[in-house]
Design a protein around this ligand. Structure first.
Ligand code: ZN
Length: 537
């Protein structure tokens, strides 16, 4: 509750500062609202991959009422150059739609870096060139008519700003008197914010990651907090403008922008790990393990006792499993150590939803914005962040078995092929250890040598004391073990390194991972263990 009050206050304050700036500089205020909203959304744990989209879209929506109010006021004083608006409107409009579409295609991080760069350029201009000279004697025509306004519209809607900053800068560069530039910019702001907002509503309509109270990427709660104070505080800015010299104001604003740009450029750099999970073997499992190349596009990036596999699919990366919640940062570091960017992970495939394999998935997913893949049963457990009642471990002993719930999870059916970058990974449904277990297989080549790699799920009959595999998952476990034993398999990788003798093989050299009978042996061993278990029930 207290957190909510602080966040609400932050948004009200941002609205007011944006309003003051609108009155002061004739800008829409998005340059203030976007960084504040981004911070508020990160505190509310909104998915990092779309945080900037929500901030930008909501900011654009708040600009609609501001620019209407501002344009009307300026029009009364005859400060709107309708000739320019008429010539530019259609291009600004088209640019705004294009900008919103481009933004929806980019990762939040990319959007944030573009925003920060832009803010930096404007900041430096305002600090060091508070009264820059004109480029031309009058606003250019002919060829430049479509180019300049389309660019203003595109970049402004992409950044969630009304375009005031750009329009005023551009118009004054072309020798338009400052008051006329501000007035004209206010009306152009409307031409940007209306189509931009609509485009963000449309492109975000089916995105399930948006926070509550959102229409597409536009968050109505944020809008309700920010828009009224923006309008209310705008006259204050106009009043203030007369109190300070334009030059000093320009420099002050530049300094503010500099801070905002810095924050945006660096704040999202870090992965935000979930609370560490405490268990008997966790510390031993979570010992760091130097990452290494296995074969072709496949690398080991997990910890000493829990496997995490990286597939380099060219333009994108695939991760299989995420280890414990305290493994997430180690995994991201391991990926970097191999020379890859963990932000490029676009798919996280999951073996089974137990805390030791999916505990780190939530943090890695939020960081990279990846899509998580699991079986239908697995998806239920992942979304709940806990064991389902039909899990053999359900109710097992002393440990709390919950893990951070995972968002943006999709179901993959048995035998389905998932194409990621240049790689096709196949999901093999292997229930038994859990009701939702999946194994994964893909083919990768080094020169002319192409091998099938299998990442096999756990197929051990481990359960809570009262559980019976005879009446429970025994039959499915049996089928899964036989299925894994029969797979085309040159290299076997398993959820825990000891299950495929990783340490020994790694010490012997890369070739020792290649073993055409490994899957067969693994399945066979599990079948024997299951028979023992069933006999003892
Ligand atoms: Zn397990």
């Amino acid at each position: 509750m207290e957190e909510w009050i602080i966040l609400a206050a932050a948004m009200l304050a941002a609205g007011c500062v944006a309003g003051v700036l609108a009155g002061l500089f004739g800008i829409g205020g998005g340059i203030v609202i976007v960084p504040v909203l981004d911070t508020v959304l990160s505190i509310l744990e909104v998915d990092a991959a779309i945080r900037m989209h929500v901030a930008v879209a909501t900011s654009l929506a708040t600009i609609i009422p501001t620019s209407i109010a501002s344009a009307r006021a300026h029009h009364k004083r005859g400060a709107v150059d309708l000739a320019i608006v008429k010539r530019w409107a259609i291009y600004v409009f088209a640019g705004a739609i294009l900008g919103a579409w481009i933004a929806s295609q980019l990762h939040s991080r990319v959007l944030a870096i573009i925003f920060a760069t832009l803010a930096l350029v404007i900041a430096l201009k305002m600090i060091f060139l508070p009264d820059a000279r004109n480029l031309t004697e009058e606003v250019p025509r002919r060829f430049w008519v479509p180019v300049i306004p389309a660019f203003i519209g595109c970049v402004s809607s992409m950044m969630g700003i009304g375009g005031g900053t750009f329009s005023v800068m551009t118009l004054t560069l072309f020798n338009t008197p400052i008051h006329r530039a501000v007035g004209t910019a206010a009306l152009l702001g409307l031409v940007i914010s209306v189509p931009g907002t609509i485009a963000f509503i449309v492109t975000g309509f089916n995105d399930v990651r948006v926070p509550p109270g959102s229409l597409g990427y536009v968050n109505l709660i944020g809008l309700a907090f920010i828009a009224p104070t923006t309008v209310l505080c705008a006259p204050l800015g106009a009043k203030l403008a007369h109190g300070i010299s334009a030059k000093r104001l320009s420099m002050l604003f530049g300094l503010f922008l500099l801070i905002a740009a810095g924050r945006l450029a660096f704040s999202q750099e870090a992965l935000e790990p979930d609370a560490p999970f405490d268990c008997y073997s966790c510390d031993e499992w979570n010992q760091p393990q130097p990452p290494f190349h296995i074969f072709g596009n496949t690398y080991y990036v997990g910890v000493a006792g829990i496997a995490v596999i990286l597939i380099d699919a060219g333009s994108e990366l695939v991760l299989i499993d995420g280890g414990l919640s305290q493994s997430a940062e180690i995994v991201a570091d391991n990926i970097r150590e191999l020379g890859f960017d963990p932000l490029k992970v676009s798919t996280i495939a999951v073996s089974h939803a137990h805390y030791d394999h999916v505990g780190g998935v939530n943090a890695l997913q939020k960081y990279s914005g990846a899509q998580v893949l699991s079986s239908e049963h697995g998806v239920r457990a992942l979304r709940a962040g806990d064991l389902m009642p039909d899990d053999p471990l359900y109710g097992h002993g002393f440990d709390n078995r919950s893990f951070p719930a995972v968002q943006n999870v999709d179901v993959i059916a048995d035998g389905d092929v998932q194409h990621v970058g240049n790689t096709a990974i196949v999901g093999i449904y292997t229930p038994g250890h859990t009701p939702g277990g999946m194994s994964w297989t893909w083919n990768t080549c080094e020169e002319q040598r192409c091998l099938d790699i299998v990442y096999a799920d756990s197929i051990s009959a481990v359960s809570a004391d009262e559980y019976s595999f005879t009446t429970g998952l025994g039959e499915q476990l049996n089928a899964s073990a036989e299925r894994i034993a029969s797979l085309d398999c040159d290299i076997l990788l398993v959820t825990h390194p000891f299950l495929f003798e990783m340490k020994e093989k790694h010490a012997q050299g890369r070739e020792s991972f290649i073993d055409a009978s490994a899957c067969k042996d693994y399945g066979q061993k599990s079948l024997e263990q299951l028979q023992e278990r069933l006999a003892s029930e």
